[in-house]
Design a protein around this ligand. Structure first.
Ligand code: FMN
Length: 173
């Protein structure tokens, strides 16, 4: 099956997952700006990865605007975020990016990434700081919020190649 992995990544975690998937599937791996210039009609599988951005998947609108053209293809989307995989809020949050009709056509996955303040643009660093300040100022914080404050205070990496396994399984179906 001819597959392509397309990604949008700000600090490198999504790129790393895209490369892992491409290596395992022998697929071509392209950054979104390069993929936009490419004719994807011969691809049987399109795998798109974006990072979690305030509950949305980065650049998902590009993917969704092309879905109508891709009715003959297997479609996979993976989102890379800062949280661990066992957070029950992840699945509903990911699904919110799609309509019910779109959800019937797309296979959705989550991969834990991390935070890399060193590679983050200033605008993103500011947004993270504002989010952290808001959380810190909150009264009666839940355990999850306290944990989040601790995690987001510094860079960390919880990415692992094992998280691409469900995606590889989906490709075999
Ligand atoms: C402005 C901003 C908003 C973010 N929102 C979320 C979020 O809603 N959920 C989450 O899990 N991670 C969130 N993150 C963290 C990134 O998704 C995470 O760092 C991811 O690993 C980045 O992937 P990348 O290295 O490919 O850019 C946010 C990061 C930034 C800068």
């Amino acid at each position: 099956m001819k597959a392509i992995v397309i990604y949008n990544s700000q600090t490198g975690f999504t790129k790393r997952y895209a490369q892992w998937i491409a290596e395992e599937t022998k697929a071509e791996c392209l950054e979104l700006s390069a993929a936009k210039k490419k004719d994807l009609s011969a691809c049987e599988v399109i795998i798109f990865g974006g990072w979690a951005r305030g509950g949305s998947i980065s650049k998902i609108n590009w993917f969704k605007s092309n879905m109508d053209k891709w009715t003959d293809k297997k479609l996979i989307v993976f989102c890379v975020g800062a949280g661990p995989i066992d957070n029950p809020e992840i699945e509903p949050a990911l699904k919110q990016n799609f309509s019910d009709t779109e959800l019937e056509k797309v296979n959705l996955f989550y991969c834990p990434g991390g935070i890399n303040y060193e590679k983050m643009p200033v605008s993103s660093k500011l947004m993270m700081k504002m989010f952290l300040n808001m959380l810190t100022a909150k009264k009666n914080k839940t355990d999850t919020e306290l944990e989040m404050i601790k995690m987001l205070s510094t860079s960390y990496d919880i990415s692992d190649k094992k998280y691409i396994e469900p995606i590889l399984q989906c490709l075999k179906k």
